[in-house]
Ligand binder design. Structure first.
Ligand code: SF4
Length: 407
């Protein structure tokens, strides 16, 4: 297990693994899976102990998007039967946020469909942020509104936003295959704008869209270079009515390998299991807590998650603890230089000072195949994942409805 010993050593020193090492994690066999989880778990515990940060999504504006992101149930032309509604009023959003906070969340993620906000939209969201902050002392607020124009990140920061989410989603090389209405470079630019405004950047990926191992490693290395404080890892929810409805590529084991790889490449960053947790990890969710230090509580933007109470029970049963409002999420060396109050970004990347380089606002923060060889064992054989459409439930409660939210 030279590979895993090397990766643990590097993770504890915040040193960037080689691409070959990251690829090798994805290629481990099922026989080695628990060793991989144990190794990445050591890195997770070094920087985050046994804490699990809970985040709560509030979908401020749902559906009817003019963009064509293939993975997204809110896209142009989607026939998924999701909730569609326009901007929630500040009090409605605050009420939805309060349910998540009462359930144990410390961050509220305010998300709106669309290419990006108008200045009027930034006014609306600013009012919502102020309302939520006035009514909930100490809450962290992250906004996720799509591509930002000049000056908008600064205005959100002034309104009290702590963070901004915009995922890269997939590798630069395959980006045009999943979206044609904006570019990878547009997304990178928005993450830079968030950073520059002093917001804590949150940017992650979606796995399971048919990408190669190389693509996954590419996007995670690009994220490390961008240096977000949090990296949401979405597992594609193949919604009926979207172009990727048949992309059932993920197994629970594959999801665990991906999370382990992300942890090794971004050792001291908040790694969050985002959309698709219940659908793809299923009964393996507790093992994933050894890799990620953050999850969403309750429902997602357009789909239902497991009951918030079940999330809390899972965390306790697995021997972890919910991170309190008085606990700092990031390790001291990152938090000390926090740009946004709730996080930080260093100059050198995903927490690393080393040289080499360490948004979507869809499914969770929204929404393969295998490769080859490690630890002296043969590569994992490709496993065809069974479609589990039975586990995909469109959200019909919470924000935008008259029904109580799941938190
Ligand atoms: S990910 Fe965002 S921009 Fe893309 S289609 Fe969905 S709501 Fe629109």
């Amino acid at each position: 297990m030279d590979l895993l010993n090397t990766l643990v050593d590097k993770g504890l020193r915040r040193e960037l693994p080689t691409r070959e090492e990251a690829l090798a994690v994805l290629a481990t066999s099922d026989d080695d899976l628990l060793d991989v989880v144990a190794a990445a778990g050591k890195v997770r515990r070094q920087w985050f102990g046994r804490r699990v940060k809970l985040n709560y999504l509030v979908n401020l504006k749902s559906g009817l998007c003019p963009e064509d992101c293939s993975y997204c149930s809110q896209r142009l032309g989607s026939t998924a039967g999701i909730l569609k509604y326009t901007w929630l009023k500040p009090d409605e959003a605050s009420q939805a946020a309060a349910a998540g906070l009462a359930g144990g969340a410390k961050r509220v993620c305010l998300v709106a469909s669309g290419r990006g906000p108008t200045d009027r939209d930034v006014d609306r969201v600013s009012e919502t942020i102020k309302t939520i902050k006035d009514q909930n002392e100490g809450v962290e607020v992250c906004a996720c509104l799509g591509l930002l124009s000049d000056g908008q990140a600064e205005r959100l920061r002034e309104a009290g936003a702590d963070a901004y989410n915009h995922n890269l989603n997939t590798s630069e090389g395959t980006y045009a295959d999943i979206t044609t209405t904006h570019t990878y470079a547009d997304r990178v630019d928005t993450v830079h704008k968030a950073h520059a405004a002093g917001l804590s950047a949150c940017s992650g990926l979606i796995a399971g869209m048919g990408e190669s191992d190389e693509d996954l490693v590419d996007v995670v290395y690009s994220l490390r270079e961008l240096d977000p404080d949090s990296v949401p890892v979405n597992f594609l929810i193949p919604f009926e009515g979207t172009p990727l409805a048949k992309e059932w590529n993920l197994t629970p084991q594959r999801c665990l390998r991906i999370l382990a790889m992300v942890r090794f490449v971004c050792p001291d960053v908040e790694v969050r299991i985002a959309g698709g947790r219940e659908v793809h990890l299923r009964t393996m969710q507790p093992l994933a807590l050894h890799l990620a230090n953050s999850i969403f509580l309750g429902d997602y933007l357009t789909s239902e998650g497991q009951a918030g109470k079940a999330d809390l029970e899972m965390i306790a049963d697995a021997g972890f603890e919910v991170e309190g409002a008085d606990q700092v999420t990031l390790p001291e060396h990152r938090a000390a230089t926090a740009g946004g109050g709730c996080g930080s970004h260093e100059s050198a990347g995903c927490g690393s000072h080393e040289g080499a380089g360490c948004g979507s606002h869809e499914g969770a923060g929204c929404g393969s195949h295998e490769g080859g060889g490690v630890c002296g064992t043969a590569a994992a054989a490709p496993v065809a994942a069974e479609p589990r459409t039975d586990l995909v439930a469109v959200r019909r409660r919470g924000a935008g409805t008259d029904l109580a939210p799941n938190a």
